[in-house]
Every structure is written in C-alpha cells, then in structure tokens.
Design a protein. Structure first.
Length: 363
C-alpha cells in the first residue's frame, strides 16, 4: 500500500535523514546537510525571509523522497529590490514519478525570481516547462602571478605555453592605487561603493553590507579576504579566497569586484600587490557576467581564460581535475507575478562565482 506524500521545510532535526537521502542520489560526503553549513546557507541566508522559504523536502512515511534546496536572497532588478531565491540542488528518489515537479510547484508561487548556476540541461529544461528561463555563461578572467606554476597546472602544454604565460603575467603598474586596506567587516563606505555600481546593473544580488558580511565574513567553512582600495576614481572592493592545491601551490579565487569600472581599473595594482603576497599562488581567476567589470580588469592586465590547444587552465582544484565546462553558466527565471518584464542583457548583469553555491566547500 502506497502511503501519502507530505511536503515541508527541512528542519535541523531532519538533517540526518536528509543526509542519508542525499548520499543515495547525489554525491558522497556532500556538505549540504552538515549542521553548521546548512544553518548558515539555508536558515541564515541574506535575503528577506518568506513564508514557505528555504530548503524543502517531500516525505513518504518518515523518509525523504525529494529535496529542493533554496536559499533566500534579495535581487536588484532594473533598480527595484525583489525577494527571490537561489536554487542550489534538486533531487528526487527513483520511481517517485513527478515528485520533483510537485515539490517545485509548492515553492514557485513564492518566487517571482529564481536563479542558479551549474545546472544540468535536464534541470533547466524542467524549469523551462513551467515558466520562461534564460541561460548564459560568465566570462572567466585570469591574473597570471607565477607563469611557471601556472604552466604546471595546465592540462595541455606546448612549445609556446611558457612564452605566452610570461607575456601574460600581470605587471606592477606605476599608476593607480598601489596599496589597499584589509577589511574584516563591511561597513558604510562599502555600501557607498555598491550604490555607485548598482544603477548600471539590470540584475544582481542586492550586495548590501548585511549580505556581504553574511556571505563572506560569517562563512562557516571558507575564509575570505577583502580589500578596500581608494583612488581618485572612487573606492573599489575585492573579495577572494585562497584554494590550496596539494603539492602544486595555490590559486586565488576572486569572487567580487565592487565599484565603478574606473575605480576597479585604478585599484587593480593594489589587488595584484596583495595577491603576490600569497605564498605559492600561481594565478587568480574571476568568473563574472558584467562587461564593464571584465573590461576594466582586462585593461588592467587580466587575460581571458580561453581553452587553447597548448593551454587549458583548470577551474576545479579540490581535487585538481579537468571538466568539460570551462566556465560557469547561470540561469534566471521570472514569474509573471513580478509585475514587469525584465529585458536582460547578460553583460549588464552582475553574477559571479560568489553567487549561488558555486564557491562552496569540497568534501
């Protein structure tokens, strides 16, 4: 006899059952349902709290049969603040029919905007059946710090690899902001920098002081560094973390570049000085959708990470691995209840590796 399904949020007391379900359908040793990470990501997320918010599960008897992992976030959409969510994971037990779509249907009425990254085609097509969806890639830029160490990480090499990386190594500029200040907590000056950038963006997370402190300064597993740079073009902020590669050095994962494009350009020398102080760093990379930000970094010495026959820089380091996806892909879906129809140009959005769950702890 088949018992009735029920739907409800995942409480802390449910984490062991959710973890066992996740091990069966997802990947071993996923940190999603470990209490410190779960509490931070799904119960303390930086957006406006909604009814029926956060992570949801479908249950049969006392067992989890489907999970829909959502974290609340506020978005800036064409100058308006709209509450929505990132979708991080969505899994269903085999032989449970359309339980995944049933669970999604419980959440959608509360989500005028929903977005995520790294999704499979199967997931994006499932959402597209319910409402419109837009899919776009992020640009990936690299600041080569140590060309020899960078070459060692490339899965491909040839006679021109070393020469190219030597030429692409970011140089010390003689102008612009030469040194920045380490930031332990985002405050009012940061908010002023964000407000100068925000009007130019068609879509971005509302990167308020509260959000940035939750996202980067209170992360339970990862340690981020933030740098404030002042120049005659304004104030810019950078956020990154260092990812160690056992026996092969380290890579700096830049997650934020906040400020006007002129301020970001003028502040790159200070950023590079800080990166050069990281022991063993080979290069820094930055995934970003915004054309103006990427152009400012490119003009200041970053290069585009283009997969070439004799150079293919990995994006996965824990463990070091090749992947068919050379960059990150974001999707965004709007509901008609939003009240207006955004006409998004990907280059005027601001999505980065710091969004959704793309910069997350590895097992």
């Amino acid at each position: 006899m088949t018992t009735e399904k029920t739907f409800r949020p995942i409480a802390v007391a449910d984490l062991k059952k959710a973890y066992l379900f996740d091990q069966a359908v997802d990947r071993p040793r996923n940190s999603t349902f470990e209490e410190d990470f779960y509490t931070w990501q799904y119960m303390e997320s930086g957006g406006s709290r909604r009814e029926n918010s956060a992570a949801l599960a479908a249950w049969r008897d006392d067992s989890v049969i489907c999970t829909l992992m959502l974290s609340d976030v506020d978005f800036a959409i064409e100058g308006r603040t709209v509450s929505g969510a990132f979708m991080h994971e969505w899994y269903a037990a085999p032989n449970e029919g359309f339980i995944g779509l049933e669970l999604l249907g419980k959440a959608l009425p509360y989500l005028p905007v929903m977005t995520g990254a790294g999704a499979s085609l199967a997931l994006t097509m499932s959402i597209r059946r319910v409402r419109p969806l837009m899919l776009f890639p992020l640009q990936r830029l690299v600041a080569v710090i140590d060309p020899t160490a960078t070459a060692a990480l490339s899965s491909l090499s040839g006679e021109h690899t070393a020469a190219y990386l030597n030429a692409a190594t970011i140089r010390k500029a003689r102008t612009g902001c030469q040194a920045g200040d380490s930031v332990a907590c985002f405050e009012e000056e940061y908010d002023a920098a964000w407000q100068t950038m925000r009007p130019s963006l068609q879509l971005a997370v509302e990167r308020t002081v509260e959000y940035m402190n939750w996202r980067y300064m209170r992360h339970p597993r990862l340690r981020y560094q933030a740098l404030r740079c002042r120049s005659d073009k304004g104030v810019a902020y950078f956020v990154w973390r260092v990812e160690q590669i056992p026996g092969m050095g380290a890579v700096a994962r830049l997650c934020e570049a906040i400020g006007t494009s002129d301020a970001i350009f003028e502040s790159v020398p200070a950023l590079v000085s800080a990166l050069r102080e990281i022991p063993g760093v080979a290069y820094a990379d930055f995934f970003c959708s915004n054309d103006a930000v990427c152009s400012a970094l490119h003009l200041a010495g970053f290069v585009h990470a283009l997969p070439l026959p004799d150079l293919d820089l990995p994006r996965l380091f824990s463990p070091l691995a090749d992947d068919v996806r050379k960059t990150l892909y974001f999707w965004v879906s709007f509901d008609s209840k939003l009240g207006f129809t955004p006409r998004l140009e990907p280059g005027r959005t601001y999505m980065t590796k710091g969004d959704a769950n793309q910069d997350r702890p590895s097992p």
